[in-house]
Write a protein that binds this ligand. Structure first.
Ligand SMILES: [Zn+2]
Length: 631
């Protein structure tokens, strides 16, 4: 294999007036020392060490101006000009490059530091560092049966592309294999079952017995489905019985995607398996049940919360996949603005009172609560949680599972708890007058109480407490602040592109064209499965109680007045924060509109894998329960 000689590279740089004779002499003298040093550095691949690496390690400055550092890019551009070949920085946000990667095996690409960048008819453009490696170019020509056109690029770009694309490809392949394995197990189980095509009977009567749950195919199918769901970053799996088939859907970044339809018989078998896993009563088909189990995914202990619910055509199963890594995060990474973060830190340092986290289902309230409590527990504070059921078992908290069925309800628990002198108490959710009253009493006894409430914004949470029957006087004296939150899908960093919204969208968000400079949108890539979104970020509205707000609550003044007063006092509302994130390019116009409309709208981007976005995007909230929000 021919490799670029240092002398040759130096000569080219001299022709471009980047090095002078004296510098070249020094470089050549020091070459072996630098190579030896580089070989000892951790993470340096000895086999791919080039003359360019040696030059870069010397931090030389241009002979022309005596100050410009000879970077890898400057050197490669000079070489490209010398060879009369195009120079290219590899932009990995192109789906094509990852698709093209399959044209060349990963070891071959690594060995020669090459990466395919584009294709046109019978021509394959390959990013290379050394176009003089004729042998490599010949091999490529023979293997791909295409004309090979070298383009010069940076070695660092090429290796970054190799790692990114082949890693994604390998993960995608493994994931696809799991999905195919799941499909194969379902087919095998269907073949074994006789009455798979029989339509379901309303009421969900089935003839499945407990033994079927242990059917090896079903066990495999369930395992592979869980594996696949984790790989796709799903937070929920839904198995929904319909009249003739059952639909499996995954919730990913807050949106539901269709995964596969399965026969009713298989649905029932999988249901049995989940009931068995969750320690639930297998023969009980007419009541809703809850269970829990664990699943290990790449060494991570995922908690699965399983719930079943009788529906017209059988029992629906919903599995929540709780990843401790996602549920316990650093508070500063949740999505607060710097200003809000400082304010929030001050609020959670208070000794007593109630802090309410408000938001609809799936708005990230649990993550905010758990992450906050984790931060407090770290400071040596005694944290106790009262939950029904316990969301995620975690040994840094004292967790109490309420069992209203056997008389161990909230009131009972609190009575005993206050004797244990907890500093901070978390109450899963304020649902009714009783929990509201108890939370208030506990706070007034000198504890810091955290809880959640099901409303879209902060102002509504205050009026909701009063509507539940809590005394306005107690509400205004106990509540320190309401933190409302929502989740927005984050633009995929790997395929983000600048973008200009439509006139209509701009008018709806009252945007001027000067404001839209930084807007970005994902084009869709393998990392985001073609959706253009990867992950979610929280947006927050912190409504800290002031005398003015207290008097509004005291006088039972309506929600819009509270909201208006808060905005007047400088409280940044959810919409403001969402707009700020959009203008920074973190999220899209569509996401902001979706959030402000308070309803989920189907998105045109579809999964490039077997998963497609459900036509019917559901919201788990009962709209009647939520206060209307006008922005
Ligand atoms: Zn992407």
């Amino acid at each position: 294999m021919t490799s670029l000689k240092l002398e040759f590279v130096c000569k080219v740089l001299q022709q471009h007036k980047l090095l002078n004779e004296q510098q070249i002499q020094t470089v050549l003298q020091q070459e072996s020392d630098i190579r030896a040093q580089l070989k000892q550095q951790a993470g340096v691949d000895v086999n791919t060490l080039t003359a360019i690496d040696v030059l870069c390690a010397m931090h030389l400055v241009s002979a022309a101006d005596g100050q410009t550092v000879l970077s890898e890019e400057l050197i490669m551009r000079a070489l490209a000009a010398h060879w009369k070949l195009p120079f290219l920085r590899i932009e990995l946000n192109k789906v094509e490059s990852c698709k093209l990667a399959s044209k060349i095996s990963a070891p071959f690409a690594r060995k020669h530091a090459i990466f395919p960048v584009s294709m046109s008819k019978n021509m394959l453009f390959i990013a290379v560092v050394n176009p003089l490696n004729v042998e490599m170019l010949d091999t490529l020509r023979n293997v791909t049966k295409m004309e090979i056109r070298p383009v010069i690029s940076l070695k660092s770009d090429i290796f970054h592309a190799i790692e990114e694309c082949y890693k994604i490809q390998e993960a995608e392949k493994a994931s696809q294999k799991h999905f195919e394995g799941f499909e194969a197990s379902v087919s095998a189980a269907s073949a074994a079952s006789k009455d798979e095509t029989a339509p379901a009977v309303p009421g969900g009567m089935t003839s499945v017995n407990a033994d079927d749950a242990n059917d090896a195919n079903i066990v495999t199918a369930v395992n592979l489905m869980l594996q696949y769901a984790c790989e796709q970053r799903a937070s929920e799996i839904h198995l929904e019985p319909r009249q003739f088939q059952s639909q499996i859907r995954f919730r990913i970044d807050g949106m539901l995607y269709d995964v596969k339809q399965i026969p009713q018989g298989i649905h029932n078998n999988m249901l049995m398996r989940f009931k068995a896993l969750g320690g639930m009563n297998i023969s009980e088909k007419r009541k809703a049940q809850d269970g829990r189990t664990h699943f290990s995914f790449h060494g991570r202990d995922m908690t699965l919360r399983i719930s079943t619910m009788p529906m017209t055509f059988g029992e629906k199963v919903m599995i929540r996949l709780l990843d401790p890594i996602l549920l316990l995060r650093h508070v500063e990474t949740l999505g607060f603005s710097d200003e809000q973060y400082a304010q929030y830190r001050a609020l959670i340092s208070r000794a007593n009172g109630i802090l309410l986290i408000a938001g609809p289902t799936g708005s990230g309230k649990t993550t905010t609560l758990y992450s906050t409590l984790d931060a407090l527990a770290e400071r040596g504070i005694n944290v106790t949680t009262l939950e029904d059921p316990v969301e995620l078992p975690y040994d840094r908290f004292n967790q109490i599972a309420l069992q209203p069925g056997v008389g161990f309800d909230f009131e009972q628990a609190v009575k005993h708890l206050v004797r244990q002198s907890p500093d901070v108490i978390m109450i899963g959710e304020v649902r009714d007058k009783q929990t509201a009253d108890n939370a208030i009493q506990t706070a007034l006894l000198g504890h810091l109480v955290f809880s959640t409430l099901h409303t879209y914004d902060a102002a509504s949470a205050l009026t909701r407490l009063v509507k539940m029957g809590a005394e306005p006087f107690f509400v205004e004296s106990a509540v320190i602040a309401v933190i409302a939150q929502q989740l927005l899908r984050r633009v995929c960093q790997h395929c983000a592109q600048p973008y200009r919204p439509s006139e209509q969208d701009m008018a709806m968000l009252q945007l001027s064209s000067e404001q839209t400079g930084l807007l970005r949108k994902g084009k869709g890539c393998m990392k985001c499965r073609g959706t253009g979104y990867l992950g979610q970020t929280g947006v927050f509205e912190i409504l800290e109680m002031t005398d003015e707000l207290r008097s509004l609550v005291h006088d039972n003044i309506g929600v819009s007045m509270i909201r208006e007063t808060a905005a007047h006092q400088g409280v940044k509302l959810l919409r403001d924060m969402a707009m700020a994130k959009m203008l920074e390019g973190q999220t899209t116009v569509e996401e902001v509109l979706r959030m402000t409309a308070g309803i989920a709208t189907p998105h045109s981007a579809r999964f490039k894998t077997k998963i497609t976005l459900s036509d019917e995007v559901e919201r788990s909230d009962d709209p009647a329960e939520l206060e209307a929000v006008s922005f």
